[in-house]
Design a protein around this ligand. Sequence first.
Ligand SMILES: [Cu+2]
Length: 327
Amino acid sequence: MTCLGRVRAERWPNGVVDLGAGAPTDWLRSAIARIGGALLHGLAASVVMAGAIPADAHSLKNLEEELYRREKYFQIVDRPAPKFALQDAAGNAWDLDGLKGKVVVLNFIYAGCPDVCPLHSELIARLQTMINLTPMRDHVQFVSITTDPARDTSEVLKAYGPAHGLDLSNWAFLTTRPGQPEDATRQLAERFGHKFTPVDNGEFVHGIVTHVIDRDGALRANFHVLKFDPTNFVTFVNALVNDVHKPGEAAVEIGGTAPAPRATDQIAGHLVPIIPLTLLVLAAAWLVGAILFFRFRRKRFKAPALEGHWQDASSEVAADNTKKADQ
Ligand SMILES: [Cu+2]
């Protein structure tokens, strides 16, 4: 959840920076601003430190809800991603199962598009740049799939990435394999939830969606059109990269084969029970210490008072007895 403060501050910078001076509550406002500034730096660092901080399912769910509230182009999805078996420009086979263990950012385009596909590719390149500046680089794979395999030959595919600022180290442009129907990738786009409809001039009428698939092959989110805040996108991908769960849990969720336990799963598996246990022991120790302390104080300071009272009472009884004896 720590990343959310960063999102808030970037979307509404005036709320943090534009704090007026001269009012009686100035000190409070400036303190809030200073704390906000410190948080921003910390939170920015936390994004850059992706891969080092495990997130649990609870914080991921909170993040999804928060992003859903803040980012109107963000759609939460949670279902197995449609499977595919395609190839890249060099003829290397790519399929979804082979990408397990990585967060996959997937979109559909075609190289001959005269308008929105180039803009979509530039946006993907921008997101890729942001992600590749962090340790997330090794955990995220960008995949673009052509919906016009007849015209997007291997030469066209090879030339497309460098021309649009895409980093070939973790971006691939995929097309159909020999023998697959010409509309196989358009059908795949439909299984992802949107259409590429051919029109007379050889172009396609289509929507613009950036899909995010988690490390276990589940489609987790769609970011629609080109207007979403890239920071929100990177924040979400960061959460998925750091999402840890018990080994085998994913198999239950998506009906696949249980993945081999990852090192981060094993570390997190040990850390998760240790942290609440430590807090519990500390709380119990504090409680016992507090009880002993107050009992000691009571004995030390109240005992003389009781003794005095007892002496007074005994004096009264003695005096009373003396009166009775006199009578
Ligand atoms: Cu297009």
